[in-house]
Write a protein that binds this ligand. Structure first.
Ligand code: 5GP
Ligand code: MN
Length: 534
């Protein structure tokens, strides 16, 4: 299967699909699947844009809304995980995954899907120590704190994914990198492009701990990430003889390595490409079994909750049994195909009648909205929607879909993206450090809404991860997109001593193997400013 992998999309769906279509034309081979590793920005309208953690001056509708309204159709099945710049209200409607637009599927807080038999797992969000143990206490309307904490990774999802150790996905996705992964690639080259990673790498603090644990536990064949805005391949050899090929990609910007096309799994006979068989897109029975068996671990509390471990008197091993997997199959009558049940539930942005300047007069959503996809999924599996649980606990109501098709415009949009090259989007940590307040983890709203919360709490303790992150700059001259395989030398002595408590085995000569998975010409665009140089 031919898969295009993208780093951070940052709402640039038009650019992304143009690139894929151009790559298909050039190679004469169809892409079967696009995987996006977060910062997808599925903002449908200005109200969604209010729920995205980005300083107002950088808020831009970009192009997702066209795919939401039906004005455009994603030319390839697209699956994505969330990052730290998302339409969080919309993604919260789909905690276990679902269609955000026709042909564009969100994987949920965590999820596993099966595409043409290939099992793809993902973990949304970024890690932040302060929020890791909390329940999913956030819901719209967000406070200044909850609009950020809502995308912080929770131990529940990591615990659930770890249950798949004996039946690992083939591919795993995370927005941030697994900590320590730089020891398995050309760290010198990485530091030439990203000098400001030096300190974090020296302290072995670049990337996130939960994803490192997941990589060590699941040992998937491939792991794709984004967030650090640089292309970086690495190969990890595990003690059991398994291997993980890691690839991080840049964000979608001109002349940046944001896209890679790889052949993974069974390849199609390209002569038949006129008559493309439709891609088989299914739920993963083992994952659904874990969702069911761990449903009691869902918390919507602000308070910390630990996951059961070996020292716990009750059950702590939820690796799916054959019986549990069979039960899932029978719930679905043996047909795990993901239903095409997308429905538009809000009006989409209309560039004919509004501009992003109207943001200031657009109210944020007053509460969480019910999504029929989640209702259907939860009913089928007998599990709970975190937002429903939260809302009923607080004596509130979910909002019902409000969309009427009458307002949809058929006219082609003339709206132009305002995203400049490398907008200094605040990283999560930047803004949190910047305001000096305890905004990260505000308590959930408990009273009548939609007032914005201004509750003050004691400042959270800074943990090792709470550092000011400067957004990066393109190295002088940029690094151009090229078709030359990345011949990465093994790690150099001295700079990257293996971490002390590492359970992964390092193999210095293995990096050349990455070449084999990166040998596709890729990521060039029709737009002259994006043109590749090969
Ligand atoms: P975003 O696009 O998510 O706002 O920002 C990502 C930016 O933050 C990237 O430019 C990346 O270099 C920087 N960043 C994210 N995490 C880290 C980290 O752990 N250490 C350093 N030094 N920079 C980081
Ligand atoms: Mn990011």
């Amino acid at each position: 299967m031919r898969i295009a992998i993208e780093g951070c999309t940052h709402g640039e769906l038009d650019k992304t699909y143009e690139t894929i279509v151009a790559a298909e034309k050039q190679s004469g081979k169809k892409v079967d699947l696009l995987i996006c590793c977060g910062d997808f920005q599925s903002t449908r309208n200005l109200s969604d844009l209010q729920c995205m953690a980005v300083p107002d001056k950088y808020k831009d509708m970009c192009s997702f809304y066209k795919y939401y309204s039906g004005e455009k159709k994603a030319p390839v099945l697209t699956v994505f995980i969330g990052g730290n710049h998302e339409a969080s209200n919309y993604l919260q409607e789909l905690p276990y995954g679902g269609w955000v637009a026709p042909n564009i599927y969100f994987m949920g807080y965590a999820g596993v899907v099966v595409v043409n038999g290939l099992r793809i797992g993902g973990l949304s969000g970024i890690y932040k120590g302060n929020d890791y143990l909390r329940g999913h206490f956030e819901s719209p309307p967000y406070s200044e704190g909850s609009v950020r904490s809502v995308y912080h990774i929770r131990n529940l999802e990591v615990f659930r994914l770890k249950q798949l150790a004996s039946c690992s996905p083939d591919i795993m996705l995370s927005h941030d990198w697994p900590r320590g992964i730089y020891h398995y690639g050309d760290v010198d080259q990485l530091l030439r492009w990203k000098k400001h990673f030096q300190e974090d790498i020296q302290n072995d603090q670049l990337g996130s701990r939960p994803t490192q644990e997941l990589l060590e536990t699941l040992k998937p064949h491939y792991w794709f990430s984004a967030h650090l805005h640089v292309k970086f391949p690495a190969v990890v050899d595990h003690h059991n003889g398994g291997q993980t090929k890691f690839l991080a990609l840049d964000k979608c910007l001109p002349r940046r390595k944001f896209l890679q096309i790889l052949d993974i799994g069974d390849s199609r006979d390209d002569k038949e490409e006129e008559e493309l068989p439709s891609v088989k897109f299914e739920y993963d029975a083992a994952w659904l079994a874990v969702l069911r068996s761990t449903k009691h671990l869902l918390s919507v509390e602000y308070a910390n909750q630990h996951m059961p471990g070996p020292g716990y008197a009750g059950k702590h091993d939820f690796s799916p049994t054959e019986t549990e997997v069979d039960e899932v199959r029978s719930l679905f009558d043996g047909d795990l195909a993901i239903p095409q049940n997308f429905v538009q539930t809000v009006s989409s942005f209309d560039p004919q009648t509004e501009t992003v300047k109207d943001l200031y007069r657009t109210p944020p959503p007053s509460g969480p909205q019910r999504n029929s996809q989640t209702v259907a999924f939860c009913t089928k599996l007998g599990i709970d929607d975190p937002c429903e649980v939260l809302v009923s606990k607080e004596g509130r109501q979910m909002m019902e879909a409000s969309f009427s098709n009458a307002s949809a415009s058929d006219e082609k949009s003339t709206f132009l993206s305002m995203n400049a090259d490398e907008i200094p989007l605040d990283d999560d940590e930047d803004a949190e450090e910047g305001n000096g307040e305890a905004s990260t983890s505000s308590c959930p709203q408990s009273e009548s809404l939609p007032k914005r919360l201004s509750m003050s709490l004691p400042a959270p303790k800074n943990d090792a991860d709470d550092k000011v992150r400067a957004d990066d700059e393109t190295p002088s001259g940029g690094f151009v997109i090229d078709a030359t395989p990345e011949v990465a030398a093994g790690p150099t002595q001295g700079v990257d001593e293996p971490p002390k408590k590492k359970t992964l085995k390092r193999r210095n000569h293995a990096i050349y193997e990455v070449v084999n998975i990166l040998n596709e010409p890729c990521h060039f665009l029709k737009d002259p400013t994006y043109v590749d140089q090969f």
